[in-house]
Design a protein around this ligand. Structure first.
Ligand SMILES: *Cc1c(COP(=O)(O)O)cnc(C)c1O
Length: 396
């Protein structure tokens, strides 16, 4: 990352990134941009962040040698167990960091957007811990289909605001959160849930998640005598678990970085979320990146069976990694992901999140050598997806 000098001081990863924001939002984003690197580097921040990652989130997460999966894949497969983090996924790494940063900046309340509710729950969790009032914007359609997460957020003391505009889902919730932030510039921090949004968010979130690859390096050195695996595989919605798992390996000349996109019913169909395969350059939620859009530049609705990957854009860092061939992106369909769920569950006794199952399924799309060391970012656990699994696997 840093050896490649990305992003530059204006937040560009090659042609992607930047901060395409309304003038009214400029002071908020500027304040963050001026301060984030200083804060991340301060002893005050580091001490508390490290302590909470250890004692609250449950880090370091294990790097597990998956014997049975290895046999099936024909390589040495390790699982980085982000599913064991508090609240069941990698998302808390980012939220803990941003909430601490908000406190240091003197902010008094937190807002967030959420799609399936996972980022909303993570945010509400940390806000309860740090005694920060929390408002979460969520599409009304998502609220109806993700009731347990709405319930969790309420229990944690967060206010959940239903968004009725557009497709009543994630991108509309994001628009509404941005609108709210414009009207509350002084006392509010907006915690974005992935490596998306205007600069400095993609870089901020990538750095906060980079603890994943920092730990992989140390753990792999102990287990295999090398810091650098041959492959790192991670699913990518907005791209945060992939960014964290890739971070310390980008451009090292050895590790092949594989991002896995949700192809939905197929990358060549209309019902897909394969942004890298189908997207074209455009602007979404404050940054220039690849996104799925109609010929007149309207954002096209994404489809994936997995709510966490159902996003029409991808982080600008990933668009750049693809463009510069520093990473490869593979599409995996709904059906293949479901096979991945069953495969990991039966092989290793771990029920993965539906997002994560896309990364498992990608094992079948790569020709490994037997001595290859492969690390999969096991981004989350499957508890939240049981209803989907039940409906799918009990079909006649
Ligand atoms: C939210 C989520 C994702 C997708 O988000 P990224 O920012 O692309 O990592 C992937 N896996 C799990 C388990 C999630 O909860």
């Amino acid at each position: 990352m840093t050896q490649l000098n990305i992003p530059d001081t204006r937040g560009y990863y090659g042609p992607f990134g930047g901060a395409y924001i309304p003038e009214m939002l400029y002071p908020n984003v500027e304040e963050l941009k001026e301060n984030y690197l200083k804060i991340l580097d301060s002893a005050e921040f580091k001490e508390e962040f490290d302590q909470l990652l250890k004692d609250y989130v449950g880090r370091p997460t294990p790097l597990f040698y998956a014997r049975n999966l290895s046999q099936m894949a024909g390589a040495k497969v390790y699982l980085k167990r982000e599913d064991l983090c508090h609240t069941g996924a990698h998302k808390l790494n980012n939220v803990v960091g941003q909430a601490l940063m908000a406190k240091i900046l003197g902010k008094k309340r937190i807002i967030a957007e959420t799609g399936a509710g996972q980022h909303g729950v993570a945010t509400a969790t940390v806000c309860a811990l740090l005694r920060l009032p929390c408002t979460v914007f969520m599409g009304s359609k998502d609220m109806a289909r993700q009731k347990p997460n709405v319930m969790r957020m309420h229990m944690l003391g967060a206010e959940v605001i239903p968004v009725e505009s557009g497709s009543k889902s994630l991108k509309d919730a994001t628009n509404e959160a941005i609108r709210h932030w414009i009207n509350h510039p002084d006392d509010t921090h907006y915690i974005i849930g992935s490596t998306i949004g205007p600069h400095p968010y993609p870089d901020l979130v990538a750095r906060l998640q980079s603890v994943i690859s920092a730990e992989i390096r140390e753990q792999l050195l102990q287990k295999e005598g090398t810091e650098n695996p041959d492959y790192v595989i991670a699913c990518a919605g907005g791209g945060s678990n992939a960014a964290g798992a890739f971070f310390h390996f980008i451009g090292n000349g050895k590790t092949r970085l594989i991002g896995v996109e949700a192809a939905g019913e197929g990358a060549n169909t209309e019902k897909t979320a394969a942004t890298i395969a189908k997207g074209t350059p455009g602007i979404i939620h404050g940054c220039k990146t690849l996104l799925m859009q109609t010929s007149d530049g309207q954002v096209q609705e994404a489809h994936s069976i997995s709510a966490g990957l159902d996003y029409p854009g991808i982080g600008p860092m990933h668009a750049f990694l693809h463009d510069s061939k520093l990473a490869t992106f593979l599409p995996v369909t709904d059906t293949e992901a479901m096979e991945g769920v069953q495969e990991l569950t039966r092989a290793e006794g771990i029920i993965p999140a539906l997002e994560t199952a896309h990364a498992i399924a990608a094992l079948h799309k790569i020709n490994f050598k037997p001595e290859d060391i492969v690390v999969i970012s096991l981004s989350g656990r499957g508890d939240k997806d049981l209803e989907t699994y039940q409906n799918y696997f009990t079909q006649p």
